[in-house]
Design a binder for this molecule. Structure first.
Ligand SMILES: NC(=O)c1ccc[n+]([C@@H]2O[C@H](COP(=O)([O-])OP(=O)(O)OC[C@H]3O[C@@H](n4cnc5c(N)ncnc54)[C@H](O)[C@@H]3O)[C@@H](O)[C@H]2O)c1
Ligand SMILES: O=C(O)C(=O)C[C@@H](O)[C@H](O)[C@H](O)COP(=O)(O)O
Ligand SMILES: [Zn+2]
Length: 363
């Protein structure tokens, strides 16, 4: 089942690889292949991932590294903040990690975003690698170099673009992922199909039974397809000057809900809600048929994503959408669906249209 590695272009001719594996046993060889051996590595993991995979990863990396340290922080989005980054800086300074040091993000998107930001800023930038263990991190956050933390309830408000030196996926880690976390990854998978690949969206609709059986061959091809699509977008537009904003489909309303729910609803769940709202808005503009909109909803539902959220005032959600990063001269850069598998960016969305979409998900 092992898939060929995928190469992502970074800075002209330099490429970084994404490895699709079934265990951690090739980690040390991969470090050697990428000429990163003999250096000190600090593995960054949250409390859950450290307990599950910390020892195995530390052991594998030790075979090619000069030393392997482990920095552990408390799991959860509320800890993706500058306080945790400060704790990481202190740990790195205390252990005299210099510019030859490497950070290894072992875990989900929270760990990857935080570690990448630490690596981008510590000593003005050191190398880091991604070892994603959630579906969301494997299909989305470990690729593309968006790193950062939340700041005073604002999502990803402080960050940097910093590409990893390599991404190593052990697909078997998905077997220990709680079902709710797995659905979160499916939110980003569905988003990926809707952005630019109708065939892939239909594949995702149809393969739900195999995915729910954790069929590794199906999961591998799904993860690889998402990485291929994302890598293509990121190669063409690494710093989100244009096309990359499409990867934000569902995130304008999704991030507003995530923030107003105090991060009690998970990122992928909020992306699912945001997809439904964006689908509704697109349908109201005549860009999606009723049947296409229903397919977006039923695909999300089939993977256990919520279709509605309670306890939110739609007007408050609307004003929260205006505090996200996607504003351009006072207008939101909104991602519309234009049929299934096609999207475009526009700044002409009215408050009334946005409110109608928000009302569709708020109960
Ligand atoms: N940088 C990007 O491009 C990008 C893209 C998408 C999302 N994100 C960010 O990613 C974050 C969400 O990531 P996430 O959904 O992976 O959340 P997460 O990192 O919090 O992981 C979810 C939970 O699963 C646990 N976990 C991780 N791997 C496990 C495993 N194999 N088995 C059992 N438990 C495991 C974690 O400890 C955590 O409790 C958000 O902060 C979001 O903003 C970033
Ligand atoms: O990689 C990207 O670009 C994305 O937009 C992927 C999103 O899934 C991800 O949630 C990202 O962190 C959102 O970016 P932001 O700039 O809106 O914070
Ligand atoms: Zn996202």
């Amino acid at each position: 089942m092992a898939e060929e590695k995928l190469l992502v272009k970074r800075n002209g001719d330099f490429h970084y690889p994404i490895y699709f594996e079934e265990d951690f046993s090739n980690l040390s060889q991969v470090l050697r292949d990428e000429q990163m051996e003999g250096r000190r590595i600090c593995v960054v993991a949250d409390s859950n991932t450290a307990a599950l995979y910390g020892e195995a990863v530390q052991k594998e990396l030790s075979m090619a590294a000069a030393e392997v340290l482990m920095f552990v922080f408390s799991a959860g989005e509320p800890n993706k903040n500058l306080d945790t980054v400060k704790d990481l800086y202190r740990f790195l300074i205390q252990h005299e990690i210099d510019r030859t040091g490497i950070l290894a993000a072992l875990g989900g998107g929270v760990t990857g975003d935080l570690t990448g930001f630490g690596a981008a800023t510590y000593l003005r930038g050191i190398d880091f690698i991604q070892i994603p263990t959630t579906l969301l991190a494997q299909v989305d956050s470990s690729v593309g170099g968006k790193t950062g933390v939340d700041f005073e309830q604002y999502k990803n408000m402080v960050g940097a673009f910093h590409q990893p030196r390599l991404v190593y996926m052990n697909l078997s880690t998905l077997k220990t992922l709680p079902p709710k976390e797995f659905s979160c990854g499916m939110g980003e998978v569905i988003k990926t199909g809707l952005i630019c690949d109708k065939d892939f969206f239909q594949y995702v609709q149809n393969c739900q039974p195999k995915v729910s059986q954790m069929d590794l061959a199906v999961l591998a091809s799904m993860v690889r397809r998402c990485c291929t699509i994302k890598a293509g977008v990121v190669e063409r537009d690494p710093r989100e000057k244009g096309e990359r904003a499409l990867l934000n489909l569902g995130h304008t309303i999704g991030h507003a809900v995530e923030k107003l729910k105090d991060f009690q609803l998970l990122h992928g769940q909020c992306v699912g809600l945001g997809l439904i709202a964006a689908g509704y808005i697109s349908m109201q503009r005549g860009l999606l048929t009723v049947s296409e909109y229903e397919q977006v909803c039923s695909c999300c539902a089939s993977y256990g994503l919520p279709l509605t959220v309670s306890g939110l005032d739609p007007e408050e959600v609307l004003s929260a959408t205006k505090k996200d990063k996607k504003m351009e001269r006072g207008h939101i850069k909104f991602i519309f669906m234009d049929g299934l598998g096609k999207t475009f960016i526009s700044t002409d969305l009215t408050d009334e249209e946005m409110l109608a979409g928000i009302r569709e998900i708020c109960v």
